[in-house]
Every structure is written in structure tokens, then in C-alpha cells.
Design a protein around this ligand. Sequence first.
Ligand SMILES: *Cc1c(COP(=O)(O)O)cnc(C)c1O
Length: 371
Amino acid sequence: MNVPLLDLKSQYASIKQDIQVVLEEVCEEQSLILGTHVQNLEQTLASYIGTDHAIGVASGSDALLLSLMEVGVQPGDRVVTVPFTFFASAGVISRLHARPVFVDVTPDTFNLDSTRLADSLTSDVKAILPIHLFGQCADMETILQIADARGIPVIEDACQAIGAARNGVRAGAFGRTGGFSFFPSKNLGGFGDGGLITTRDPLVAERLQLLRVHGSRSEYHHHLIGMNSRLDALQAAILHVKFQYLAEWTAKRQAHAASYRQLFQACGLDERVTVPIVASGNSHVYNQFTIRTRQRDELSAYLTHHGIGNRIYYPVPLHLQECYQDLGYRKGDFPVSEQLSQEVLSLPIYPELTQDQLQYVVDTIKAFLNK
Ligand SMILES: *Cc1c(COP(=O)(O)O)cnc(C)c1O
């Protein structure tokens, strides 16, 4: 049996007719950048996420970069984030010549350890950028309480967490802004790059709308120094079609996660393999189903050999990346992130996965551990 990590072809096959209709429509219209398809998607997603405003941009990375620009992050400023995430979360801080300041994550949720946040907040910290990693919200109540008390804006990296919620509030609706990615492997993926920023604040929304078009309020009149970061009509039209299935796909991911848990438990593997822990109040959307094991590299090779897709998100914590040597961090500075990068392994959890495939993944892991 073959179980890929993700199967976008089978997803496309299931929605091909709907997609073809909108492709044809956009091709005939030849109105290709921003426009009504983008506005429709922005309205739909703003109301789904529970913010009044959403701004379509060119990628998830740009959603975070523009959010930092909107806050006014300057060279030399500090922005607090975590070292256990995709590079973009910190890369956007450096792009503005600001300095990423890392706070370690918790070993259970893999998200920012809010008990360590206050200590990192020196007076030159201009923003806090927590990540909702793998599809589960960070401890936003505590983070916002600490940030609000000091007047520091919070920018959520919700790129992996569209539809995730915590105590009834959706990812992207907590902070000043939330950044989403439509990279094809995300829970709502386009046919290329794309991103979205959510905000409840109309003034923030207005500035972001300017920043994505070189700060221009009317053509060739520039109010702010922005950049070119717009969402294509084609992507927006495709994403709008795919959004109709998001709830169903998310429910399937959640059902697969429940099956994994049951299967691991039934064969007693839950003691040797740590399955994802969902914090109380969280609704996890499982962009990834990430287990932990000490024999990670051997297990990864074994699964690959047996036709099972798997991936290490992420093998090197950001404070130990070559490009961040000049930040002056050392091995041992963030022990939880370092240990996770040695132990995590993401398994297939895409919606189209069958029960037989799930069973095969668990049986193969069992065979490996009983070798
Ligand atoms: C995907 C992702 C991004 C960046 O999104 P792109 O659309 O690829 O630029 C940022 N942060 C996290 C946590 C991501 O998973």
C-alpha cells in the first residue's frame, strides 16, 4: 500500500467541475489582479473567521511582513516569536532589519510558552508574533493579557490554522492582525501562492489595503511606502470554491486524528509514541498530525521504505539556523524546541485518507517498534 503525505490530485479530482467553471469565468473576464473575486473571498473569510475585515495578499509570508509594516516595526526593533516554527515567522522580522527574540515553546502543544513571555518583553519589543502551529491555537488569553498590559500589538501566525478555535474564538480573530497562507499544502490551499490578513480594526484594514499596493490611495498617489503584494483573481476564485468544502475537510482531518489516537491506544503504542496533545478549549484543525518518538530518524526511514509519506517539521530550530548565527544564540538556549526538532514526525492526515490507509500507517509503526 502507498500512503502519500498529501494527495492534492485526488482532492482536485473531487472538485474538478466546480474549479473548471470559475477558471473559465476568470479567463473570459481578464480582470486578473484583486477585483471582485478577491473581494468575495475576503468577505467570506472575514465572516468565517469572525473579523470584520480581510485583505488578500500574495503569500502567508507577506501577510506577516505587511502586518509588521502596519505596526511600524523599524530597523533595530525587537519582535518576539518562537524558534520552533517555519522560517517565515522569523524571516519577516529580519526582512525589516528588526531582531527576532525567541521564547521557547511548550512540549505538549509545541506553541509559545506563555509563562516565559513576560521576561522577554524589553521596552524595544514592538510586536509579539505567536504561531498556531500544526493547526492548534497558542495560549492567546495569556499572551493577550501580557501584551495588552504593555500596549504591545500581537500578530498571529495563523498560516497553518484556518478554522482553528480557542474557547470559541477563531485563529486570526485574537490579535491586531492574523496572517494566513494559501500555500497548496495548507488546509485551504490555492493553485500557487496566496495569503490573507484578518483584522477587526477598520483603520488597520485600511492601512493594509494601501500597503499591499505600494501605499497608493489613488493611482500614482502614494500615501505610504508599501510593496506589491496582491492576491490574483484566479487564486481567489479557486479558493472560494475550495472554501465551500473546508468545514467537511476539516471534520475529516479531525476524524482521522481521532482514529489515529484510537489505533495507537488499541495496540499500546500510545506509551511509546506521543500523539498530539490538544490543550483545553482548543479545536485543532490538524494541518499536521505530528507524533514524537526518540527513534524518529529510524522510524522516518522505515515509513518511507514502506511507502508511507512522512516529514520532519522542523529539523533545525530557528535560533540554530546558519543565517541566524549573528543573533548570538547557542545550542541549549531553547531546550524544548531543540528536543522537539529531534523527535517530531508528521504523518499523513489529509482529508481523502482512507481507514485502511490509517490502519496501515499505525500497523507499520507498530511493526517498526516491535522489531
Ligand atoms: C506556510 C507558513 C508560512 C508562510 O506562508 P507562505 O504562504 O508559504 O509564504 C508562515 N508561517 C507558517 C507557520 C507557515 O506554516
